[in-house]
Design a protein around this ligand. Structure first.
Ligand code: NAD
Ligand code: GLY
Length: 361
């Protein structure tokens, strides 16, 4: 195993480490300190379990270890699947000191986190993210949720894990399309808050696409640093944390319109980021050149840069109106004041949004 990197999400008594490194699943010593009771439920899915479940359970000696394999897919991120976790916990008589471990991507992580928040009013959980998206974003920060047919991530809780263990070796088995979807969230950090990282990404994108281990380690670390810093300032999204949703209002509308069955989350976010950048350009806040730089980087990442034509402007507006950032009936969007500086605002010319959505059709 190569050396690991340890970052901290600073949240007072809820602070926790993000441990990043290759081969961490084979180093149980990194995990054991965060398991407090004598019971563990590892939850994974039918795709990931054959690769990594045994490796993990072999490392968990000396306690009751149960496992649960969920069906794979965003369309299963719902209350019915959540109930499978509760059924299993009750059948196996897990008590309040149990630890839930999420072994998987953002779908498994979001559901297991929410189950941990609810089971017996809250039990410990650990995130072991196995997709790039989960390693740079969803496993960090304590947002947990399931989808509702009328809206993405609409039922959930803020609930922090005990630790995040990101074994970068697991990315070797990740399909290209999923890997590229994860790059959308990596690019996001550069666009919203870290222009130096954006410049670095432009220079290193080929190595990143080739999954060069050193380049990948830098990208994951820098992404997690950005996320941890923002979450530490605003755990429950009263303010600055909302910038992490750049591109997501448009992206979630795309995912909901497709019944969570077509584009991947990162793909929808990619298109959403370009739409938000274009709106920022229409408002005169960023230059055409900066918008093109964002677009070009996402194209290099093999990501879509505009919403599917099948979703019309009216549907978009309707779906965006249930966004969690809507406040007192007014739509708030994350827009760019410049490359590397995002703001959350309802103070934009609605005509520009209408123009954006009609340009789309
Ligand atoms: P995912 O969990 O569906 O995983 C993508 C696919 O890759 C799945 O088919 C999965 O089985 C497979 N997979 C996972 N790891 C693998 C591996 N190592 N090798 C081979 N296959 C593997 O999708 P995702 O992109 O990880 O996460 C998307 C979800 O995360 C969405 O539901 C989104 O809403 C959520 N999300 C949450 C937050 C948050 O802050 N909580 C942030 C961003 C996204
Ligand atoms: N992915 C957005 C957030 O964690 O706030």
């Amino acid at each position: 195993m190569s050396t690991s990197i340890k970052l901290t999400v600073e949240l007072g008594e809820r602070s926790y480490p993000i441990i990043i490194g290759a081969g961490l699943l084979q180093a149980p010593g990194q995990l054991v300190p965060y398991i407090h009771g004598s019971q563990v439920l590892v939850v994974s899915n039918e795709t990931i379990a054959p690769y990594y479940l045994e490796l993990l359970t072999n490392a968990l000696v000396g306690c009751q270890v149960d496992t649960l394999i969920l069906p794979d897919g965003e369309k299963y991120k719902n209350l019915d699947t959540l109930n499978l976790i509760f059924d299993c916990l009750l059948e196996k008589r897990h008590n309040r000191t149990t630890t839930l471990i999420a072994l998987g991507g953002g779908v498994v992580g979001d559901m297991v986190g929410f189950a941990a928040a609810c089971y017996q009013r809250g039990v410990n959980f650990i995130q072991i993210p196995t997709t790039l998206l989960a390693q740079v974003d969803s496993s960090v920060g304590g947002k947990t949720a399931v989808n509702h047919p009328k809206g993405k991530n609409m039922i959930g809780a803020f609930y922090q894990p005990q630790c995040v263990l990101a074994d970068t070796s697991t990315l070797a088995t990740l399909p290209v399309r999923e890997y590229c979807a994860g790059l959308a969230e990596v690019v996001k950090y550069g666009v919203i808050a870290d222009v130096d990282f954006f410049n670095w990404l432009e220079e290193n994108i080929d190595a990143l696409l080739a999954r060069d281990p050193d380049t990948l380690a830098i990208a994951i670390k820098r992404s997690c640093e950005n996320k941890a810093k923002i979450v530490s300032q605003d755990e429950r999204e009263g303010g600055v944390r909302a910038i992490l949703n750049f591109g997501h209002t448009f992206g979630h509308a795309i995912e909901t319109a497709q019944f969570y069955c077509d584009w991947l989350h990162g793909e929808a976010v990619s298109a959403g980021m370009v739409m938000a950048a274009e709106l920022s350009r229409l408002l005169g806040w960023i230059s055409s050149e900066d918008k093109q730089r964002i677009e070009q980087l996402l194209i290099k990442c093999r990501l879509p840069i505009w919403a599917p034509k099948t979703i019309n402007g009216e549907t978009f507006m309707e779906l965006m109106s249930v966004d969690k950032k809507v406040l007192d009936g007014s739509l708030r969007l994350v827009l760019l004041k410049s490359l590397g500086q995002a703001v959350v605002t309802s103070d934009f010319d609605a005509k520009c949004l209408a123009q954006l959505l009609s340009d789309k059709e």
